[in-house]
Design a protein around this ligand. Structure first.
Ligand SMILES: [Fe+2]
Length: 615
């Protein structure tokens, strides 16, 4: 008999909902896409409503509702930690008590308020946090069996697990517990380098190639003891997160030459070197754990999830190291993906629904296009109602040609098509596109579109079949979770001013063209790769194909459709606002094209700066 399961993640970061029927993923979306609060951790009322509507399921028809985490176990960890740390942890205890006893314990009440009394609904179940991560990695993967690694800051007690999945069954054999956490170690350096914990980790990873790992030895000697099998222990006397509200303490400052960098202040050589050093340590731990997982399971496949699995530089190295023949990472690897993992685990373990594995190597994540979409009729109604001028091009071939030509002409294009991506990366459903061959495109997109002065290059979307033409990589990377080097013959040598005079000036380095696709080539000649398949996203594939016909390059710049501090756009209205408040030239809303110069003056435009948090 058919079984419908609603998965929910909330109260930590990136709240989300997902709905699964008989093991098939029908919908999954983060709450931030509706609430417009980045990384919104609150109970995902909007995401739940959307998932039920998308799946045509009444709340009373749900067979189970499952929460991705066990608040009782989290409470156990907080209590024991505070008892051990004593008086100095009182502030932390007070905050954690309010959060756990006041909010996290009351999942049932939140569900009641959101979709109706549980008495009339299906059962409310709870999974363990890392089991939800493991399920989100294994069940949607294309593998019948695989080794599983989960890595995050902390979930209940666990911070790292290793196990194995086979058909319906998942077993987690090894676990490292709080306070020993690779995720928290990385977050401590994120905080110390002046970035936001739980969102700035990606920036720290992007900063690493500018530095030298000169603090590697200090980190290994004082902060973390790593064993051959990848198990590790942190030296907790250097961290603040056990007994205070901050990640690091005075002892940590002493190791690295003074207090943390103030957010928004100039990035100095110290931060670049710290980023390089912690990245090297992180990669070492992950590679050792991967080697251990290979030995323990003997599998030729690996799946990964948890926030640390978003470290695509480390992921690329795991793949290149060759322990495993194939690697699949949950695109919503952070806590949002826990909602999906919890729903899948309930389907396959609690309800014993057999996994339907694709033997054509295609995964079950559906390209991660699992969120809301809008029909052309809905979009035209919105545009007509507001009298925004647009050109409708129903002939898709003509439309793709026109978009590709605009990109070739150096225009910046906002592309809005199909269902919103589940996970933090834009994959051509809500993307901003540009020409990767132009050396000025990185600074134009950073300063006039994204409103950031960034050291991070943009990512490329490349036709799957052309990936090895541009990069030293042969595999697909449909979720932008792998980093690989740009091919040697495409690289340009760094100019002396970038190597010498620009030693401490990150912007001089950023502005140096580094290859014939400069906008997507990082300082170390690497790129975060998104491969595009005809099957997953045919319209996006065709645009890149048309761009290739015009230029010989089957590759475009792809950055998420948002400005700094804002979640990725979800609705046509949000896309239009973002288009008008930035220097984008063309907005594509399904089959409707809007040119900037034809739009009426946008009355809010002068006030946009106050509306965005410039983090
Ligand atoms: Fe997590």
């Amino acid at each position: 008999m058919s079984k419908a399961v609603l998965g929910i993640s909330a109260f930590y970061h990136d709240a989300a909902a997902a709905i699964v029927r008989d093991g098939e993923i029908l919908a999954a979306v983060q709450e931030e896409r509706f609430s417009r609060i980045k990384h919104d951790p609150r109970f995902p009322h909007n995401a739940i409503s959307y998932c039920l509507e998308e799946a045509f399921i009444e709340p009373s028809a749900l067979d189970a509702i499952v929460f991705y985490d066990n608040p009782l176990l989290t409470w156990d960890r907080v209590m024991k930690n505070c008892i051990q740390m004593g008086e100095q942890s009182f502030g932390q205890f007070e905050k954690a008590s309010r959060s756990i006893l006041g909010i996290k314990m009351w999942v049932k009440d939140y569900v009641d308020r959101s979709i109706g009394s549980l008495g009339k609904l299906g059962k409310l179940l709870f999974t363990e946090h890392h089991m939800a991560h493991a399920a989100s990695a294994f069940y949607p993967s294309p593998f019948q069996e695989a080794a599983i690694i989960t890595l995050d800051g902390v979930g209940e007690w666990a911070t790292t697990t290793v196990g194995h999945g086979s058909n319906n069954k998942i077993e987690l054999y090894y676990e490292i517990d709080y306070p020993h956490s690779l995720g928290l170690l990385y977050s401590a350096f994120t905080y110390f380098c002046g970035f936001k914990v739980n969102s700035g980790e990606y920036k720290l990873m992007g900063l690493a190639p500018y530095g030298k790992p000169i603090y590697y030895d200090v980190i290994r000697k004082y902060l973390i003891d790593i064993k051959d099998d990848g198990s590790y222990r942190l030296n907790t006397v250097y961290f603040g997160f056990l007994d205070s509200m901050v990640m690091t303490n005075e002892k940590f400052n002493d190791l690295f030459g003074g207090p943390p960098r103030k957010p928004e202040s100039k990035i100095t050589r110290r931060e670049m070197d710290l980023a390089a050093s912690i990245q090297e340590v992180t990669e070492e731990v992950i590679l050792r754990i991967a080697c251990f997982a290979k030995k323990e399971t003997g599998s030729k496949n690996l799946v990964m999830a948890g926030g640390v699995a978003l470290n695509c530089v480390a992921n690329g190295k795991v793949l290149r190291e060759g322990f495993f023949k194939d690697l699949w990472i949950q695109p919503a690897a952070g806590d949002a993906g826990g909602a999906l993992g919890a729903a899948l685990l309930t389907s396959h373990v609690y309800f014993h629904i057999p996994r339907k594995i694709n033997f054509n190597k295609k995964d079950l994540q559906k390209g991660s296009y699992l969120g809301p979409d809008y029909t052309s009729a809905e979009i035209r109604a919105f545009l007509d109602r507001n009298e925004y001028p647009y050109e409708r091009i129903k002939d898709s071939k003509q439309r793709f040609k026109k978009i590709a030509k605009a990109i070739t002409d150096g225009k910046i294009v906002g592309y809005f098509s199909g269902r919103v991506e589940f996970g933090p990366r834009a994959l051509g459903a809500r993307s901003i596109l540009g020409d990767p061959r132009r050396s000025d495109i990185q600074s134009v997109m950073n300063l006039k579109i994204k409103y950031r002065e960034s050291f991070r290059p943009f990512a490329p979307s490349v036709l799957s079949e052309d990936v090895s033409e541009f990069f030293e990589m042969k595999t697909r990377s449909p979720y932008m979770l792998l980093v690989a080097p740009v091919r040697e013959e495409r690289r340009l040598p760094m100019k002396p001013e970038a190597l010498n005079g620009g030693e401490d000036d990150i912007i001089i380095k950023v502005n140096q063209p580094r290859s014939d696709i400069p906008a997507i080539t990082h300082i170390d000649y690497s790129a975060r790769i998104h491969t595009v398949d005809r099957d997953y996203k045919p319209d996006y594939y065709q645009i890149i194909k048309e761009f290739k016909k015009l230029t010989g390059y089957g590759i475009v710049v792809n950055t998420s459709f948002n400005v700094r501090g804002e979640p990725i756009v979800c609705s046509p209205l949000e896309a239009y606002k973002c288009f008008m408040r930035t220097r984008m030239d063309l907005l594509v809303l399904e089959d409707c094209l809007l040119w900037k110069e034809k739009q009426p003056s946008f009355k809010d435009i002068e006030n946009w700066r106050s509306e965005y948090e410039l983090d």
